[in-house]
Design a binder for this molecule. Structure first.
Ligand code: TPP
Length: 689
């Protein structure tokens, strides 16, 4: 159905979906909310008619969409099972999250490829946009780079309310999609309000779409979302523009919000005449009248259909109520990938991708090379051997990255595979989510650790995706993150704070100290089924100590396996990243006494190696660059006191930076960092106890 003229069957379908959606809203408001079975009720009344028309036009097997809390009519029109749709807001078992996520936030894998897949929605307004730019890019990538014709004519659709256009996510996606002429349809449901805030507060003049009229590469289609004649024509025009490969389109439909923002919202902020005007624009009576006038459905048939829908919804609700509660024993399942139970959508593993052979045994050959060259060589090899790997970020293309990690890769692998992005970290990571969900392996670079901050929401949402969709969706990617001090520190380029993603759910964290480990860990991450933060320490990129011979194109290091640098019986030092060299140097004077352990990965971390070593030595010193308070050392120390208290012969000690940003003056910086001398004196003190 990609036309502005619907036949009788299609109109009957629209009517059925509309009446079903209304019946769901009714039963939730009148029964399930008062019974305290549903807590977050978002009615779609008024938005529903246009959403259903749009959903029925999303019928290409490679279409994908993101929606928001008001998108249920759209999702029903994609084919989501009614019982699933009503069970989720009651947090019942099964459904799209097995009771884990708020019910209005849904997803739809649509594995039978009958039409659009629905990305896992997010609770954060604006977060829905940049992932769909990633899907739009993947459509062109599959077509032009992988020569997969099945993507021709596919559409990437994002849905949002008018106020969502104020978010940084919207602008990130708009820039990505229009700059690259991507097949992205922005669908805006304009009801004039964001909860209680009118449009005039969001944009000068109160009309965001009018203010966008000068945007290049953007067709704007604008009109009424309640009219049986005008609305299908507007939607068909927008969808056809994007399907035919002409680029990005923004379709804004004016729709009434026929109730409060949520069921609990009484709309006291809204002038009475606006409430009346909204009611007068209700698309339901308009549709009923239109179908009657066209001889498609008379009043009696409409009434009969309405009653049938109400009964069908009531039956689905009864079944949903009787579903068992989710099993609490499964609560912590699906935080990370499980090879016996691969997700339905997203990443290389879900498609059964075959990787080249690998080995855990290093075969060093050639001269020692710095960590930068080792990272570049590993990226080059994986790009050469896996056409689904894409490397991108700010200055990553022709320049080769501000650190030089991607030098020459753009020349060698081409613009589609190694490319510059717009300056938007939210966009870089959001786009990566969409690329990952399409089965590609995105390798975004965030230029400096601190500049992951604008991407915080997308990083967080990507990490929790597997858990919150009960292993239906996952977005494996490798985020390359140069950080830490270099020759100097400063608050902007030298932040360490790796602990953030250990605390965040669903991310693996690697922090290599040398070139050989960087190769093995990076290759492992690029072939793994989890998202990984790959922390490239700036002080190590060209550090002589970190230089090592290349360990081979098949070398991988499994995550969670620490490395012993020295053996000893009196004290264990646990460290990682740029502190490893310092600890090794400090331990030279204590031969046979100190066991230095380089953790190499922090999520997962090699707890066994640490516990075993401390069981032997009875003492532990943890050395890290990150600030002391709530740094990862605190976790290790807590774990040692919990699990090894009676084996300890001394307090577990942490040597870390004070709780300040990184300092620029070298003397200030060196005072902050654990120095070899301070590590030595701590070793001596602990051994003497
Ligand atoms: C990042 C973020 N900030 C605030 C909220 C709380 N919130 C939920 S909906 C909403 C208003 C959104 O309005 P609009 O985008 O116009 O959609 P509508 O509800 O009108 O359909 C707000 C502020 C949120 N969910 N996410």
């Amino acid at each position: 159905m990609n036309t502005d003229t619907l036949n009788s069957d299609q109109w009957q379908k629209v009517a059925k979906l509309l009446l079903t959606s209304r019946a769901v809203d009714d039963i939730e408001e009148q029964v399930l909310v008062p019974e305290k079975r549903v807590f977050n009720q978002f009615s779609s009344r008024g938005h529903d008619f246009a959403q259903i028309l749009l959903g029925l036009m999303m019928n290409h097997p490679k279409d994908a969409a993101t929606g928001y809390y008001r998108s249920r009519p759209f999702v029903l029109s994609l084919g989501l099972d009614l019982e699933e749709a009503v069970a989720a807001p009651m947090a019942k078992s099964g459904s799209y999250s097995d009771g884990r996520d708020i019910g209005v936030v849904c997803n739809y894998p649509n594995l039978e490829n009958k039409g659009a897949m629905l990305f896992p929605m997010c609770g954060g307004v604006g977060a829905q946009y940049s992932p769909i730019s990633g899907w739009a890019q993947s459509i062109t990538y599959h077509l032009n780079e992988l020569k997969d014709e099945s993507y021709r004519g596919a559409v990437a659709l994002s849905m949002g309310g008018d106020s969502s256009m104020s978010t940084s996510g919207f602008w990130a996606a708009l820039n990505i999609s229009t700059t690259n002429n991507l097949p992205h349809l922005f669908y805006i449901e304009d009801n004039g309000y964001g909860i209680s805030v009118p449009q005039e507060v969001q944009t000068p003049g109160g009309d965001q779409v009018a203010n966008l009229s000068a945007y290049k590469n953007l067709l704007i289609v604008d009109g009424d979302g309640t009219d049986p004649l005008e609305t299908p024509a507007l939607i068909a025009k927008a969808v056809n523009h994007v399907r035919s490969g002409k680029g990005t389109c923004l379709l804004r439909l004016k729709v009434p919000r026929l109730c409060g923002h949520t069921f609990q919202d009484t709309q006291t902020y809204k002038p009475a005449h606006l409430i009346d005007e909204d009611q007068a624009r209700d698309p339901e009576p308009k549709l009923k009248e239109y179908l009657n006038s066209q001889g498609i459905m008379d009043d009696l048939a409409w009434q009969a259909l309405s009653q049938a829908c109400t009964l069908e919804v009531a039956a689905a609700v009864e079944k949903a109520k009787n579903r068992p509660e989710p099993n609490p024993d499964t609560l912590t399942d699906h935080v990370f990938a499980d090879s016996a139970n691969v997700q339905l959508r997203g990443g290389l593993h879900a498609q059964g991708h075959k990787f080249p052979e690998h080995t855990l045994i290093s075969k060093p050959s050639g001269p020692r090379q710095n960590m930068l060259a080792a990272i570049r060589k590993t990226l080059d090899f994986e790009l050469s051997n896996n056409p689904k790997v894409l490397v991108f970020g700010e200055d990553v293309g022709p320049k080769g990255g501000v650190h030089g990690a991607t030098l020459e890769l753009h020349n060698k692998h081409g613009q589609n595979r190694v490319f510059d992005t717009s300056l938007s970290e939210e966009g870089i990571i959001g786009r990566s989510i969409g690329l990952a969900l399409s089965g590609l392996m995105p390798v975004p670079e965030i230029q400096f650790r601190k500049y992951a901050e604008p991407a915080a929401e997308q990083l967080s949402d990507a990490g929790i995706m597997r858990w919150r969709t009960n292993n239906q969706f996952a977005a494996p990617m490798v985020v390359r993150l140069p950080g830490g001090y270099a020759r100097r520190g400063d608050p902007w380029h030298s932040m360490s704070d790796e602990v953030e993603w250990i605390h965040k759910v669903g991310w693996q964290v690697a922090m290599p100290s040398n070139a050989e480990d960087a190769v093995g860990l990076l290759r492992y991450a690029l072939r793994d089924n989890n998202p990984t933060i790959f922390f490239e320490h700036r002080a190590l990129l060209d550090n002589p100590w970190s230089r090592r011979p290349y360990p081979g194109d098949d070398y991988v290091i499994e995550f969670g396996v620490a490395k012993h640098l020295t053996q000893g019986n009196d004290l264990t030092i646990v460290t990682w990243g740029a502190m490893v060299e310092r600890c090794e140097n400090a331990a030279v004077d204590f031969e046979g006494q100190v066991e230095v352990i380089d953790l190499r990965t922090l999520q997962p971390w090699d707890k066994d190696a640490v516990l075993n070593s401390v069981t032997k030595t009875g003492k532990c010193l943890i050395v890290h660059e990150d600030n002391k308070t709530a740094g990862f050392g605190a976790e290790i120390a807590a774990c040692l006191t919990e699990e090894l208290f009676f084996e300890l012969d001394a307090p577990v000690k942490r040597l870390a930076s004070p709780d300040i940003p990184s300092a620029h003056n070298i003397h200030l910086l060196e005072r902050a960092l654990p120095s070899v001398e301070r590590i030595k004196s701590n070793i001596a003190e602990l051994i003497a106890l």
